[in-house]
Ligand binder design. Structure first.
Ligand SMILES: [Zn+2]
Length: 78
């Protein structure tokens, strides 16, 4: 009996976002034991086990973060 080949390719790549700034510029922090799921954000320097996979939430966070960042930058006048 031939087994039906599943044509369903599971190539769903999860997009992960930084919970602090909503950036996708987030990487697995190296140099740590594998059981430590620590992520590191290159944008805001966030480091932690918590990441988000919800793009809608991420864009909201990103919006807020950018707003705050702009506010901080304009406050820092030379
Ligand atoms: Zn971040």
């Amino acid at each position: 009996m031939n087994k039906p080949k599943s044509s369903k390719k599971e190539t769903v790549k999860k997009t992960i976002f930084c919970p602090r700034c909503g950036s996708t510029n987030i990487f697995w922090a190296s140099g740590l034991p594998q059981f430590w799921s620590i992520w590191e954000c290159r944008d805001c320097g966030y480091r932690g086990a918590f990441i988000i996979e919800d793009s809608k939430l991420a864009s909201k966070i990103r919006e807020e973060y950018v707003k705050k960042k702009i506010g901080q930058d304009s406050a820092k006048k030379p």
